[in-house]
Design a protein around this ligand. Structure first.
Ligand code: FES
Length: 95
């Protein structure tokens, strides 16, 4: 039996530090778009918000879970690739 598939997304903003963070790099907008793309694709994937995924200098960051790949330095062009990766990941889980 396969485990539920999640897309872990970083909602951290390092206010006042001058350091890079996922929200400071636009991740809230990408998260909103990913929710829409996941719904449009009919995927059974939960979007789970986390405070930090430990790759702040490479944000925006998302990760497929459990045990899936990281996506770093996300921009709008990355989102369709994440959807494709989610589909492949689900297919592998179901195999
Ligand atoms: S701020 Fe997103 S990984 Fe740390």
């Amino acid at each position: 039996m396969s485990r539920p598939v999640r897309l872990i997304v970083c909602i951290n903003q390092r206010l006042g530090t001058g350091q890079r963070s996922c929200v400071g790099s636009g991740n809230l907008d990408y998260i909103r778009q990913m929710r829409e793309l996941i719904t449009a694709a009919g995927l059974d994937v939960s979007v789970v918000e986390r405070e930090c995924l430990g790759k702040c200098d490479f944000g925006p960051v998302m990760r497929i879970a459990p045990g899936g790949r990281f996506f770093t330095e996300i921009d709008a062009s990355t989102l369709p690739r994440i959807v494709r990766e989610l589909k492949s990941y689900i297919a592998e889980q179901d195999a």
